[in-house]
Design a protein around this ligand. Structure first.
Ligand SMILES: [Zn+2]
Length: 177
């Protein structure tokens, strides 16, 4: 919608609508398609590396997390969906975003700390979901082990979201062990 309502021009004469994506020719499905594709490219240019060691739903979930396309409280509120609070239901300190659930929440940090010990990799420092998805590329592991480590990271992202949902919908308590 933002794409379609970018400009309002005040000019002399009667009011009329102008198709802003292709002013010379007016509305066309082709110009709409080109405009939408350009808009989607601007949202995320990250190329997800798929991993056949995990179920497709796990990879797709990680892809959606990277694009901030999971229904966290902050995203719901941004879309105008009424939520009682945007504060993370796990730590009850920070705003719940996809990045927060996956990386910066204390619970997620505890889980990643266990993962680095378990997988015997260098300490994990990440600032974005993309960093998590790229960890295996910067490890000193062989290509086979790096693929396994990538699968562990994807599965961890999936499990963090499931654990969050268990807190929200089943009132369960989170524990790392
Ligand atoms: Zn939190």
């Amino acid at each position: 919608m933002l794409l379609l309502c970018q400009q309002v021009r005040l000019v002399e004469g009667d009011d009329h609508l102008v198709w802003g994506l292709d002013e010379g020719c007016g509305f066309s499905v082709r110009s709409l398609k080109v405009g939408l594709e350009a808009s989607l490219e601007m949202e995320s240019s990250y190329l997800m590396e798929w991993n056949n060691f995990v179920p497709k739903k796990v990879g797709i979930h990680a892809w959606r997390v990277e694009m901030e396309r999971i229904p966290v409280l902050f995203s719901l509120a941004k879309r105008g969906i009424p939520v009682p609070s945007v504060v993370c239901p796990v730590c009850e300190v920070e705003v719940e975003s996809a990045e927060h659930v996956t990386i910066s929440c204390y619970f997620a940090q505890s889980v990643w700390s266990v993962i680095e010990t378990w997988c015997k990799v260098l300490p994990i420092y990440t600032f974005s979901v993309k960093d998590v998805l790229e960890l295996h590329r910067h490890s000193s592991l062989s290509s086979r082990k790096a693929k396994v480590f990538h699968a562990v990271c994807l599965t961890t992202i999936w499990c963090l979201w499931r654990a969050r949902n268990a807190v929200v919908f089943e009132r369960k308590l989170m524990t790392v062990f």
